[in-house]
Design a protein around this ligand. Structure first.
Ligand code: HQG
Length: 181
């Protein structure tokens, strides 16, 4: 298993299915590093040094260690209900959400919903939103009137790796933009 593949597997365990390797997360989303390594080692060799390297070099900085590196957690993206102590932050006027063309009909009807995750994920710039949307086929980008939402009492969080999160985005705050704009 290459390091990208190992990173994906770690993401699955720390965000969605810790039971895959027989471990649990605490209420703050932390897993014990020793348990994680020995759990992964049952099927794929992974040393502590390799784990440190994955966390250090991950292109989206998806994971954090605690201070003494005995615990590890994903910074965002969970489907299991954990509280990763997200910081409530005032957003800029607009944020962006990239999705696949196939979801547009439903989004235009229901707004953005978190589906299997705890939050809707938003990006600070259009380029990142296009990349996120491309994971779901032909990308479509929505502009979100974020500041306006806060005036109406809705709350935004920013994960330590810079992803904007909010519970739902009702349709009145959404407009589709063409990727060039
Ligand atoms: C769509 C990646 C139908 C939503 C990325 C999205 C991100 C609706 C899909 C992070 C809908 C869920 C999250 C509605 C929303 N009807 N579809 N009403 N509302 N959707 O993967 O935002 O590499 O759970 O538009 O970079 O794509 O994993 O969310 O297309 O930060 O670290 O339902 O995952 O990061 O898909 O991606 P996802 P996402 P990582």
């Amino acid at each position: 298993m290459g390091s990208k593949e190992t990173s994906k597997f770690i993401s699955l365990i720390l965000r969605h299915k810790p039971e895959t390797i027989g471990i649990t997360l605490d209420e703050r989303g932390w897993a014990d590093v020793e348990e994680l390594i020995s759990g992964i080692n049952k099927t794929h060799p992974l040393t502590r040094e390799e784990l440190e390297e994955i966390v250090r070099t991950d292109e989206k900085q998806r994971y954090s260690f605690n201070e003494d590196h005995t615990l590890i957690r994903a910074n965002q993206g969970h489907s299991i209900p954990v509280d990763v102590e997200l910081e409530e932050v005032m957003p800029p006027e607009y944020l962006y959400h990239g999705t696949g063309e196939k979801y547009v009909f439903s989004i235009d009807e229901k707004g953005l919903i978190p589906k299997s995750r705890l939050f809707v994920h938003l990006s600070g710039d259009i380029e990142t939103a296009i990349k996120v949307g491309s994971r779901h086929g032909k990308p479509v980008v929505y502009r979100v009137k974020a500041e306006c939402m806060t005036k109406d009492g809705l709350v935004f969080y920013k994960s330590v790796n810079g992803v904007w999160l909010t519970k739902n985005v009702p349709i009145k705050y959404l407009s589709k933009i063409s990727p060039q704009s």
